[in-house]
Design a protein around this ligand. Structure first.
Ligand SMILES: *[C@@H]1O[C@H](CO)[C@@H](O)[C@H](O)[C@H]1NC(C)=O
Ligand SMILES: *[C@@H]1O[C@H](CO)[C@@H](O)[C@H](O)[C@H]1NC(C)=O
Ligand SMILES: *[C@@H]1O[C@H](CO)[C@@H](O)[C@H](O)[C@H]1NC(C)=O
Ligand SMILES: *[C@@H]1O[C@H](CO)[C@@H](O)[C@H](O)[C@H]1NC(C)=O
Ligand SMILES: *[C@@H]1O[C@H](CO)[C@@H](O)[C@H](O)[C@H]1NC(C)=O
Ligand SMILES: CC(=O)N[C@H]1CO[C@H](CO)[C@@H](O)[C@@H]1O
Length: 839
């Protein structure tokens, strides 16, 4: 083929693509113009079509002007609204409710076994008395000894997620002006402390005021209305049951003040009982919450742009135009976003630059270096005089106070509960109680403002791989959601009766998104249910069944399917555990497992990630739903005894294919049998054991999906592996990212790394427990240096003798100690110098 014909072929392809696009837009237009409500669940539409329709919807700008009835000046009697209390027990669900949960979670007996009721954590303020002083512009030096400070990053340098963070101390000789920085650390002798402070953003205020003014002009509103605050405080992994278990003081406080006491006349709260999750973890839940539609469409809309690629960041900025925070910006609000984690939990959805007026995320990257906190968030640690979540709640309080008089929106995500024991979340209770006290007081003192405060979970807590019972899965699917508002706002929205009904109906994530959109109009007037704007917003969510919880009654007939909640996740459908003997006879189950392994092993980098093979089924349940059977399976693999996968698959007859077959390349299927044809389809395979640390770091180093890349244990790598550069280069890279230090007498690695503002990595101790990796025996000379105190030591490890121990990685005289069982940064000795990988 010559160059010319290539060109011609390309033009033909381009032409065909253009025709395709034209047809699609005509089709979309036809759908938009049609009178009938349009159902996204229409099985005839592919997911790509639906994603395109959503994009098209977002590109349309429907004016607010004919959709809203501006507020009149009637005084609303808040006393007409009845007060509610918070009750753990759920009684009186309506008889006619179609989606009635099979249960709500663990019983007290079950949860007392799973979550140690006696778990107790030190009070950080007692352990580390607060000494930092800040006077609104300057850090004041109050330390009698030599001291140091470090200021946070400038607002434009807020980068979301797992990226390197530079950190250094400066001599603290005189008071230091904080300028535009919003956090700081001070070191006085060996004590360290943190402070956060919000800096007024006058540009954001001006913009919000301008936009509000222009909306008011369009609507011919003469005097400005009441400023509105809409704020989401979302806790990671917090089911409704776990909220009641973990926050007794805060809930009692709400009960006593809003339910019965001092704030009874001013505020009202609603506890949503059937608040259904859309997935097991953060992304599938927060995408519909923040964007209005499911993860799958978001993935398609991102068209292969990856958050790790710096050149793809524009795609993430573009997609954020459709996020709830950009929406609030357009409605005349100042906006805030906070996420207290150094990992990439939500980054794949929004990228590294979050486009709100305030972003508060770098504080945690800095804190991890200052306080040497465990990167893997599975152990309680103090950030100076407070727990980690305290700083987020403090920043939010300042945000709400600083912008009094202006519409404000915010979303913060707090991950204290994201750990194994399920008990560290208890440390939030006192800080949350203080937070609620301060916020309610603020809005009670200033009765000229409206507030809608959401306290909820992204998904519920379950104890992943160790917990087989149905109740654990129910908790995972039923996150908490309490909504607090002022009574005259509820009265003015004419929504009291409906809100009360909705607390007992199934509510989806897109429902909350539409609710947020709806609330964004309420500084100006009452959005009409039959308005073009409200109807248009529905077309950009997953289904036409989406409702604003503050607008419409969620019908008793709504099912999971109506709300685009996967049937295998649905808490209302039948669920039956399968006995061991029946599992082994079930050929369908084996077929699902085969599909799962094909899927898991597809495109793996087999040099370092192993090819995985099926070991055994440890749990199985089946759900018979009309002509469909869905299986939920837990399985183990031969390559690593700790790994557990959860697999969902479906079985149906070929006749029902149109309804039951899911067209998605991530869900392979297979036709079985000769005559009576059956189809098995894999719906999902997820890794559910904890794989942070060694496993995850290796996967990230080779750009593999951490949940599917399972390398050998470091001790199992041998000479054959070390002859492969694909493998050794990974080890070189990982070692290079760390500074290897020897401890001085009686110091632990944690102490030693912390002296240099870094964190000891236990997983690298595990990696170095293989002597060949420690010595980089594939290289002619070991490439890293070993640091001792403030200098470098040249140590020829080859001349040392090996001595295997249970848990020590260290040196003494001419002996190297190598750990065989445990890998810890917490050991010390007066004679052995521990070898510490610091990062
Ligand atoms: C804070 O301290 C600085 C430096 O000592 C001083 O110049 C400034 O006036 C103080 N500000 C306030 C609000 O007290
Ligand atoms: C707000 O409006 C004023 C007056 O119309 C204009 O001068 C200013 O640039 C606007 N500011 C922003 C941030 O839009
Ligand atoms: C709230 O008050 C009600 C009624 O007094 C009571 O039954 C309930 O247990 C209380 N809930 C909490 C969380 O304290
Ligand atoms: C290690 O060396 C020191 C002197 O540097 C010596 O006193 C000690 O006995 C040696 N210990 C062992 C176990 O060889
Ligand atoms: C290390 O601890 C041991 C035992 O507590 C003590 O005897 C020794 O003096 C300590 N060494 C240093 C350098 O502090
Ligand atoms: C070196 C130095 O100034 N040390 C002082 C640190 O502070 C304590 C009391 O807070 C003094 O006793 C030390 O003399």
């Amino acid at each position: 083929m010559n160059l010319f014909s290539i060109n011609r072929n390309i033009s033909v392809i381009v032409l065909l693509m253009l025709i395709g696009l034209l047809l699609l837009s005509l089709y979309v237009l036809a759908l938009q113009e049609s009178e009938k409500p349009f159902y996204f669940q229409d099985p005839k539409l592919s997911d790509v079509d639906k994603a395109n329709i959503i994009s098209f919807g977002f590109s349309k700008d429907i004016p607010i002007i004919d959709s809203i009835d501006v507020w009149d000046n009637i005084y609303y009697h808040s006393s007409d609204i009845t007060s509610n209390t918070l009750n753990f027990e759920i009684k009186d669900l309506e008889e006619s409710l179609v989606c009635k949960p099979l249960g709500f979670g663990y019983s007290k007996t079950q949860s007392d076994i799973i979550f140690n009721p006696l778990a107790n954590y030190p009070n950080c303020e007692k352990v580390n008395p607060e000494f930092i002083k800040y006077n609104k512009t300057h850090l004041i030096n109050d330390c009698k000894n030599e001291s140091f400070y470090s200021l946070g990053t400038a607002p434009e340098d807020e980068i979301f997620g797992r990226v390197p963070y530079d950190f250094s101390w400066n001599s603290f000789n005189s008071n230091v002006e904080t300028k535009n920085r919003e956090f700081a650390f001070v070191k006085c002798k060996e004590n360290r402390n943190a402070e956060v402070f919000l800096k007024y953003n006058s540009k954001a205020v001006e913009r919000a005021r301008n936009i509000s003014k222009s909306i008011e002009n369009d609507l011919r509103i003469k005097s400005s209305g009441r400023p509105l605050t809409v704020f989401l405080v979302i806790f990671d992994s917090l089911s409704r049951h776990h909220m009641y278990r973990s926050f007794p003081h805060s809930l009692e406080y709400l009960n006593d003040t809003i339910g019965k006491g001092e704030f009874k006349d001013h505020f009202v709260m609603y506890d949503f009982l059937i608040n259904h999750a859309h997935g097991e973890n953060t992304i599938p839940n927060m995408i519909p919450y923040l964007f209005g539609y499911s993860f799958n469409y978001h993935r398609l809309r991102l068209k292969g742009n990856g958050y790790q690629n710096p050149e793809h960041q524009q795609a993430f900025k573009d997609i954020q135009k459709d996020s709830i925070w950009k929406h609030y910006e357009k409605m005349g609000f100042v906006t805030m976003f906070g996420f207290d984690i150094i990992w990439d939990f939500l980054v794949p959805a929004v990228g590294r630059k979050v486009l709100t007026d305030h972003v508060f995320t770098n504080f945690w990257k800095a804190s991890s270096k200052v306080f040497g906190t465990d990167n893997y968030i599975n152990k309680h640690s103090c950030f100076g005089s407070h727990d980690s979540h305290y700083y987020m709640l403090k920043y939010v309080q300042e945000y709400l106070k600083t912008y009094e008089g202006i519409n404000r929106f915010g979303y913060v995500h707090i991950t204290t509960a994201h750990e194994k024991t399920g008990t560290i979340i208890k440390t939030v209770d006192d800080d949350l109680h203080q937070f609620l006290k301060s916020v309610l007081k603020q809005y009670n003192d200033n009765k000229n403002e409206d507030i809608v405060l959401f306290l909820g979970g992204d998904h519920g807590k379950h104890v992943s791989e160790t917990d087989y019972v149905r109740e654990g899965w129910l908790e995972n699917m039923l996150p908490s959601q309490i909504v607090i508002s002022n009574k005259n706002f509820v009265q003015k929205m004419k929504i009291e009766k409906t809100l009360n009904l909705n607390t007992k109906r199934i509510i989806s994530r897109p429902d909350w998104h539409l609710t947020l959109k709806h609330l964004s109009t309420s500084p100006y007037g009452l959005l009409r249910k039959d308005s073009n704007l409200y109807k248009h917003w529905k077309t950009t969510t997953d289904t036409y069944n989406t409702v604003s919880v503050f607008m419409e009654e969620a019908s008793v007939f709504r099912t999971c399917k109506d709300l685009n909640i996967e049937e295998y996740l649905c808490v209302c459908l039948p669920y039956k555990e399968i006995s061991r003997t029946n599992i082994e006879e079930n050929i369908n189950i084996i077929e699902i497992i085969n599909l799962a392994f094909q899927n898991i092993n597809q495109n793996q980098n087999f040099a370092i990630c192993q090819e995985l093979t099926f070991d055994k089924i440890i749990y199985a349940a089946e759900r018979e739903i009309e002509e469909l059977t869905i299986y939920r399976l837990r399985i183990t693999i031969n390559e690593n005894i700790d790994v557990v996968f959860e697999i969902f698959g479906s079985i149906f007859s070929e006749k029902t294919k149109d309804v039951n077959l899911r067209e998605n390349t991530l869900m392979p299927f297979k036709v079985l049998g000769e005559n009576k044809k059956t189809i098995v389809q894999l719906l999902k395979a997820v890794r559910i054991d904890e794989y942070v640390g060694y496993n995850e770091e290796i996967a990230i180093a080779v750009n593999e999906k951490p949940s599917f890349c399972i390398p050998k244990h470091p001790r199992e790598f041998d000479d054959i592996d070390f002859s492969q550069e694909e493998i050794t280069s990974v080890f070189d890279k990982l070692i290079e990212e760390h500074t290897v230090r020897l401890t001085r007498s009686n110091n632990t690695c944690n102490d030693e790394c912390k002296l240099y503002d870094s964190v000891c990595q236990p997983w690298v101790i595990m990696l170095l427990s293989n002597k060949d990796i420690l010595m980089q025996s594939w290289l002619i000379e070991r490439s890293y240096q070993i640091y001792y105190e403030d200098g470098v030591q040249d140590i020829d490890l080859n001349s040392y003798e090996l001595f295997y121990t249970k848990n020590i990685l260290g040196l003494q005289n001419k002996t190297i100690y190598l750990p065989e069982l445990e890998y810890s940064c917490d050991l010390s000795d007066s004679k052995i110098q521990m070898i510490c990988p610091c990062k």
